[in-house]
Design a protein around this ligand. Sequence first.
Ligand code: SF4
Length: 246
Amino acid sequence: MWKWPTVALSYAGCYQAKKSMKVIEIFYSLQGEGRLAGVPSAFVRLAGCPLRCRWCDTKYAWSEAAGREMSIDEIEKEISTFDTPYLIITGGEPMHCPGFVELIKAVAGPRRHITIETAGIYFIAGMPCDLMSINPKLSNSAPKDPELAAEHNSKCFNLNVLQNLIENYDYQLKFVIDEPEDLDMVALCLDKLKEVDPFKVYLMPQATTCEEYLRKSKWLAQACLKTGFSFSPRLQVMLWNNQPGR
Ligand code: SF4
């Protein structure tokens, strides 16, 4: 039985001001998921994530030491070569990366639309973020190794953090669904959060290949029709089988 972790995971204490950071990759592609799916966007993938999810498609971004050290100026120079106002800061878990706050403040501007892709395990107030794209990790994403699973389950879900994110930012909540039973966990999660706008809730099939994506999409589409939540595509899986840099 899934138990809601009671340990608070806040950002305070793990943050240090930094002018450079570990970057896994910077690339230009289509936003794959959620309300902006299909929009040509620049992506900055930062290093580090403590969760080790079972079906993580960016395991190469787990280590804080992975990638190349880049200054904010170098990152800005690279993203400004892409002809789009849409910028996505992702990971790993981008808010876990020292330097994240300086980066987001430096690259924000009136002609940029910034999406933060996050698992929703850290809350930082006052960021210039146009869309907080939250992908809460439920117990269905726990690693198989029991020790790692215990670690994952103690950190992956924090109601206070999630509530703060949805109250302080324009947001979307995206849930990865592997099996029909996962829908019960989504319902439980939404039940515990206050004032969630159902039009901002998306269900997405768990898949690492296009074939698996199409197979699961069929029953998930029916589940969306039943629940009223939106189906989110995962274009990165459907078009490119989860290739890094796409
Ligand atoms: S939170 Fe995201 S990046 Fe981190 S392990 Fe889970 S799926 Fe991978």
